[in-house]
Write a protein that binds this ligand. Structure first.
Ligand SMILES: [Zn+2]
Ligand SMILES: [Zn+2]
Length: 154
């Protein structure tokens, strides 16, 4: 099997980050991380579709298990938009937020809203030391706003 030098070095970087997170480097773990880098905010189902050509006969349960391990190790972030299956991405540790279109499910990353994490201050922290805030901005994306003009309403 021939691979371009570029994808080799990406695989090396991924292998190093898996090892640095204290996990054993396996082909499925590397394949899942690669799929997420190319397709941020993917469900376990979608990741399974992406890795199937590489990991023949893999199941979405197996991929879900890998995603859970990678999330636990801090390599992957899990995000649960209302009414959608859990989504996963490789962008971790920056406390970014998400804009979600309630009509078509489009998702965009939003950088930290104000200053550094947690970038939002609870009105009452009840004595908690807060280090992260996860905000989902629900709305309609540009395309869906156009689609919602009166003549299109069903
Ligand atoms: Zn939309
Ligand atoms: Zn994101």
């Amino acid at each position: 099997m021939t691979q371009s030098p570029e994808s080799d070095s990406r695989t090396d970087t991924l292998r190093q980050s898996i090892r640095a997170a204290g996990l054993r480097v396996t082909v499925p773990r590397v394949a899942v991380l690669e799929a997420l880098q190319d397709n941020p905010h993917s469900s376990a189902e979608k990741v399974t579709d992406k890795v199937r050509p590489v990991l023949k006969g893999t199941s979405s349960q197996a991929v879900y298990g890998i995603l859970a391990a990678l999330t636990g190790a801090g390599l992957v972030r899990r995000f649960d938009p209302a009414g959608s299956p859990a989504l996963f991405e490789c962008r971790v540790g920056d406390n970014h937020h998400h804009l979600v279109c309630i009509r078509c499910g489009a998702i965009k990353d939003v950088d930290c809203v104000i200053g550094a994490a947690p970038c939002l201050t609870p009105s009452d922290a009840s004595g908690f030391a807060v280090f992260a805030a996860e905000v989902t901005f629900n709305g309609l994306c540009r395309e869906c706003q156009d689609f919602s003009t009166p003549e299109h309403i069903d």
